[in-house]
Design a protein around this ligand. Structure first.
Ligand code: CO
Ligand code: CO
Length: 315
């Protein structure tokens, strides 16, 4: 329907799916445009708004860009007390302010189930742009937030979680990927995405395919929030995690000792997860010490290799 040839300034958008559309402005810069919204993941409206905003902004950071302008996208039930709706929007607006982004309006409709998110605009310099296709064999895979948000928030919905476990996942989900994006810019990284609904392995597969490389992950180096394993044992995964497993398993080879529960943790649908970035081997030690010096969490969890698909071993 849309032929890329007809839109030479659209650098990313038609074709392989990426985190955001990118539109060339001039010799130096391009516009990054994205939107995301979802139903509540936590019980508290302010935190829900903050998490939804963090997640929407994340796709701009995942492209190597810096967001500057946002619009609210909201659907609220007609019988919802107005102060709850206001808290959701306030959570989103304060997170945008923290990111240096202005919320300049938006649109709200009525709907049975609440939905909230943002349309976000950002700028990216050409030399700083990151895509899912930017990985090279030999690159090291670095993840900037732990996994297990899906299984933990599903446990919350079933009344199983402790307040500490919920505080922990809320803190991670409402943590901006701005620091991770800045670090990627500083080191000139070219390959990245953010880990959201399609899980670590689903998003990793998109990268492997777009970059024409294989990816290898080391299970014992992958970080998880503290309740993840416990709730995985009780199999309280959200529906999205089962969908991910059904669809992406065909592209993944697990070492025999990684049981089904641990496999599912890598298919767990995340909300507002971290960036998965490809760091060239020769930049890795400087990258990691800079991350440590800026309080930016960064876990080395695997590498890109010649080949295709994904291997997960238990190293
Ligand atoms: Co994304
Ligand atoms: Co998205």
């Amino acid at each position: 329907m849309f032929d890329p040839k007809d839109y030479p300034d659209l650098l990313v958008g038609i074709g392989d799916p990426d985190d955001a559309a990118v539109w060339r402005l001039d010799d130096q810069r391009a516009l990054v445009v994205t939107t995301d919204f979802f139903t509540p993941v936590v019980d508290t409206p302010y935190e829900y708004g903050a998490i939804a905003a963090t997640n929407s902004l994340s796709d701009v950071y995942a492209m190597g860009g810096k967001p500057f302008l946002a619009l609210n996208v909201a659907a609220l039930p007609p019988d919802l007390p107005p102060e709850i709706g206001a808290e959701i929007l306030r959570g989103g607006a304060e997170k945008c302010r923290e990111a240096g982004v202005v919320v300049a309006g938006g649109h709200t409709i009525q709907d049975k189930e609440p939905k909230f998110g943002l349309v976000v605009l950002g700028f990216v310099e050409y030399g700083k742009m990151m895509t899912k296709g930017g990985l090279r064999a030999g690159d090291v895979l670095v993840l900037t937030k732990p996994l297990g948000f899906g299984v933990t928030t599903t446990a919350l919905k079933r009344g199983m979680t402790t307040p500490e476990e919920i505080d922990e996942v809320i803190a991670w989900m409402s943590r901006l990927n701005a620091g991770a994006g800045a670090l990627a810019n500083e080191f000139g990284l070219r390959g990245a995405t953010d880990i959201t609904g399609f899980s670590l392995l689903g998003h990793a597969y998109e990268m492997a395919k777009a970059s024409r490389v294989g990816l290898r992950f080391h299970f014992n180096q992958i970080p998880f929030v503290s309740g993840a394993l416990k709730y995985a044992e009780q199999w309280v995964f959200p529906g999205g995690s089962s969908d991910n497993s059904l669809f992406y398993s065909q592209f993944v080879r697990f070492a025999a000792e990684i049981d089904e529960m641990r496999q599912m943790l890598l298919f767990d649908a995340q909300t507002s997860g971290g960036l998965l970035m490809a760091v060239p081997q020769e930049k890795l030690s400087a990258f990691l010490s800079r991350a440590a010096g800026t309080n930016q969490p960064a876990w080395v969890i695997g590498e890109a290799v010649d080949g295709d698909g994904i291997d997960v071993d238990s190293l």
